[in-house]
Design a protein around this ligand. Structure first.
Ligand SMILES: Cc1cc2nc3c(=O)[nH]c(=O)nc-3n(C[C@H](O)[C@H](O)[C@H](O)COP(=O)(O)OP(=O)(O)OC[C@H]3O[C@@H](n4cnc5c(N)ncnc54)[C@H](O)[C@@H]3O)c2cc1C
Ligand SMILES: NC(=O)c1ccc[n+]([C@@H]2O[C@H](COP(=O)([O-])OP(=O)(O)OC[C@H]3O[C@@H](n4cnc5c(N)ncnc54)[C@H](OP(=O)(O)O)[C@@H]3O)[C@@H](O)[C@H]2O)c1
Ligand SMILES: *[C@@H]1O[C@H](CO)[C@@H](O)[C@H](O)[C@H]1NC(C)=O
Ligand SMILES: *[C@@H]1O[C@H](CO)[C@@H](O)[C@H](O)[C@H]1NC(C)=O
Ligand SMILES: *[C@@H]1O[C@H](CO)[C@@H](O)[C@H](O)[C@H]1NC(C)=O
Ligand SMILES: *[C@@H]1O[C@H](CO)[C@@H](O)[C@H](O)[C@H]1NC(C)=O
Ligand SMILES: *[C@@H]1O[C@H](CO)[C@@H](O)[C@H](O)[C@H]1NC(C)=O
Ligand SMILES: *[C@@H]1O[C@H](CO)[C@@H](O)[C@H](O)[C@H]1NC(C)=O
Ligand SMILES: *[C@@H]1O[C@H](CO)[C@@H](O)[C@H](O)[C@H]1NC(C)=O
Ligand SMILES: *[C@@H]1O[C@H](CO)[C@@H](O)[C@H](O)[C@H]1NC(C)=O
Length: 559
């Protein structure tokens, strides 16, 4: 096809778009649906979560003229990157997802005031339980280069290093929120408009109403009242046509169920727990001259070990053997301080004589029979589990064993009810495409396949998580570029602007970084060109369509 033929196709497409403005298409003539049709036009959308994923979804939906509300339980935007010195409420022993403790008054709206130690709960704990301070420490640096850890519209300055601190990322995400008028102190754009954002607001419950086919959110907002030293709680409900759940992958810390762990978890030394999850780690200074056992061999384990190394007396790491390590984990094994003593997995914690004198006299038995003595503190750097952070009555079991929501189309939409969508891609890189897809699908300029087709695709495992840079044909970059091709094809068919794919120079930087920092040979620039030879079965439509891809190439000239 020559350039002028392509141009002709685009012009024809543009004209047919103008002619075809009905947002919600009816079934075709023989009555069978061609794509998913919504019960009614989608106007009001709630976004739950103001981290890198939710902020982008909210900004894009606002741009597309939806009536948007953005809720986050935290007092400010940033998600995982809203660092504070406050530590999260303590993780449960034995292991289970943190109980969200929704306690909603019978009649709404409702207001309540809490005093210090009301029902035996301190104001501090009540506040922290509501918003859950983040599992991030002061000196944390990214394990992803800035080129894949950057939101649109607010580029880092060129002199920033490739590896950024937690504080740099926090400022960056806040800058994105401010740029889009989504920060905590931003005012509505007009005096009549309802504000988009509501911070310190936790979504307690999500219900689908039968008669209107709308979603009802039950919300709880906490406010600290410095004048009276009280906390004010308000509950109310709001209704929406569609929901974006952007609540993040790390809702709940995980601790292993090792024999004796519950007994040891009760121990305090000078008011501070001796056994705790890495989510509460903040600063290294108090580890002066201590003997620390770190459990785990992944990123939290190696990075906390490095942080405390200048202070600690001894660092012991309990790790499990592995054949198939992720590049992050290989990096971690290289990054433990040289002085780390590696030991096998823990078999059990022997019973303790007392619970108020620390664990230094306790005995930890390893699976090879060896005993460890004289440990001051145990840090479980044993990762996180995803948990459903708001309750959905009558929804049954909605997640897999690792807590991922089930039965989602690759766009993130719930196949049985695509007015509910989850952010399920790497937000930094593919988030902007997924956000655009949310807006297009709900405004009618992109179509979801029929439910039957979506279910078939899901059952065939056709679609996987998008946005990691595994560079095999079937993952990473090629899936990324399919997203772009699909969006542009939908715009070609149904209207809307084209989007560009990820810049080639970013790929080059990523290849340098991953070879230097992760694993030599992990990726080559060659890995990224395999998209063109991707089997047709991997395309969303089940066939390769040269016109859709060519259209991207000619975007600049034609539109
Ligand atoms: C210790 C640690 C280090 C990490 N380091 C890196 C790194 O170096 N590079 C990298 O790319 N990624 C890193 N990550 C992954 C991190 O999760 C992502 O970078 C990113 O923050 C994910 O964005 P998100 O918007 O999907 O989720 P989050 O940032 O987790 O945001 C989710 C938001 O949803 C809100 N929320 C949840 N439930 C409710 C509710 N019921 N009501 C209202 N609001 C709710 C939360 O308050 C939160 O603000 C790290 C994660 C951890 C835990
Ligand atoms: N930027 C940063 O510096 C930074 C810092 C922290 C976290 N993160 C990110 O946050 C996410 C979570 O990382 P994470 O390190 O907290 O968790 P993680 O990657 O899930 O690692 C958990 C570790 O705990 C180990 N483990 C679990 N149970 C164990 C047991 N009983 N005994 C010994 N080991 C056990 C696991 O080993 P198995 O593999 O054998 O299960 C694994 O090594 C990742 O995406 C990571 O990239 C980034
Ligand atoms: C949103 O509304 C404005 C004002 O009516 C309009 O100019 C703009 O094109 C709309 N945006 C989209 C993406 O439809
Ligand atoms: C909604 O409809 C379903 C099926 O028609 C029914 O089982 C359920 O009880 C209804 N729920 C409410 C709250 O009316
Ligand atoms: C450090 O700890 C060791 C062993 O517990 C102890 O012998 C030593 O006196 C401590 N040193 C300091 C400076 O506290
Ligand atoms: C068990 O592991 C520890 C730590 O690696 C080691 O010192 C010890 O010799 C091992 N014991 C046996 C019986 O292999
Ligand atoms: C998807 O929607 C169905 C129907 O409303 C619901 O039962 C199910 O729990 C939802 N699943 C998820 C992961 O949201
Ligand atoms: C939900 O189903 C998954 C997979 O079948 C299972 O692993 C998990 O334990 C179940 N969760 C609950 C809470 O029943
Ligand atoms: C990238 O390409 C190289 C060279 O063809 C290959 O050895 C390597 O396995 C590929 N990487 C991945 C992650 O597929
Ligand atoms: C583009 O969209 C049309 C209409 O939905 C569809 O027939 C075609 O297969 C799509 N092409 C690709 C590559 O997705």
């Amino acid at each position: 096809m020559n350039a002028s033929t392509r141009l002709l196709i685009l012009v024809t497409a543009a004209l047919s778009v103008a002619a075809q403005q009905t947002p919600f298409a009816a079934p075709n003539q023989n009555g069978s649906p061609q794509w998913t049709v919504f019960h009614h036009p989608i106007k009001r959308v709630a976004v739950i979560g103001a981290g890198p994923a939710g902020l982008q979804a909210a900004a894009k939906l606002v741009e597309h003229n939806f009536s948007v509300r953005l809720f986050d339980r935290a007092p400010s935007p940033g998600g995982n990157w809203f660092y504070t010195d406050e530590t999260p409420v303590r993780e449960p022993y034995p292991d289970r997802p943190i109980d969200q403790g929704a306690d909603v008054p019978g009649e709404l709206p409702a207001t309540r005031y809490y005093k210090e130690q009301e029902e035996g709960v301190s104001l501090e704990d009540r506040w922290k339980e509501h918003w859950q301070p983040r599992p991030v420490w002061d000196n944390l640096h990214t394990n992803s280069p800035k080129v894949i850890t950057e939101l649109p519209d607010v580029p880092y300055s060129a002199d920033k290093p490739w590896v950024l601190s937690n504080h740099d990322i926090q400022r960056h995400v806040r800058a994105y929120a401010s740029f889009h008028n989504l920060n905590a102190n931003d005012y509505p754009t007009s005096s009549s408009a309802q504000p988009v954002t509501s911070y310190s607001t936790r979504v307690e419950k999500l219900e689908k109403l039968n008669d209107t086919q709308t979603w009802r959110l039950t919300l709880r907002k906490l406010e600290r009242l410095p004048e009276t030293g009280q906390i004010k709680a308000q509950w109310w409900t709001e209704e929406f046509d569609a929901i974006v759940a952007a609540t993040g992958p790390y809702a709940s810390p995980h601790v292993p169920n090792i024999a004796g762990i519950v007994d040891w978890s009760k121990v305090k030394d000078a008011g501070q727990y001796s056994v705790y999850h890495s989510q509460s780690y903040r600063r290294p200074e108090r580890f002066q001259n201590k003997t620390i056992l770190i459990v785990g061999a992944s990123v939290s384990a190696s990075e906390i070990a490095r942080d405390i190394d200048p202070y600690a007396h001894r660092i012991i790491a309990s790790i499990r053997p592995h054949d198939n390590l992720h590049p992050f984990q290989l990096r971690s094994l290289k990054r433990f301080p040289d002085t780390t003593e590696f030991v096998p997995e823990i078999a059990h914690f022997e019973p303790l004589a007392a619970h108020d004198r620390g664990i230094k006299d306790g005995v930890i038995r390893l699976i090879n029979g060896t005993e460890l003595h004289g440990i001051d503190e145990v840090i479980f750097a044993t990762g996180y589990i995803r948990s459903n952070v708001f309750s959905m009555p009558d929804s049954g079991n909605t997640s897999t064993s690792d807590g991922e929501p089930e039965n989602l189309h690759w766009t993130g939409h719930n196949i049985s009810d695509p007015t509910l969508a989850y952010t399920n891609v790497r937000p930094w890189t593919i988030g902007k495409y997924q956000s655009y897809a949310f807006a297009k699908i709900w405004e009618g300029t992109a179509h979801l396949p029929t439910q039957k087709q979506m279910q078939e695709d899901y059952d065939n495992g056709k679609y996987r998580f998008r946005g990691l840079f595994g560079t095999k044909q079937s993952e990473g970059e090629s899936l990324f570029r399919q997203y772009v091709a699909w969006l542009n094809n939908e715009s070609l068919e149904n209207g809307g602007r084209f989007v560009e794919t990820w810049p080639i120079q970013n790929r080059e930087v990523f290849v340098y970084y991953s070879n230097l920092e992760w694993v030599e040979g992990y990726s080559t620039l060659g890995n990224f060109t395999e998209f063109e030879t991707l089997p047709a079965s991997e395309w969303p439509s089940g066939k390769r369509d040269a016109a859709a891809w060519d259209a991207i190439v000619y975007d600049d000239q034609a539109w």
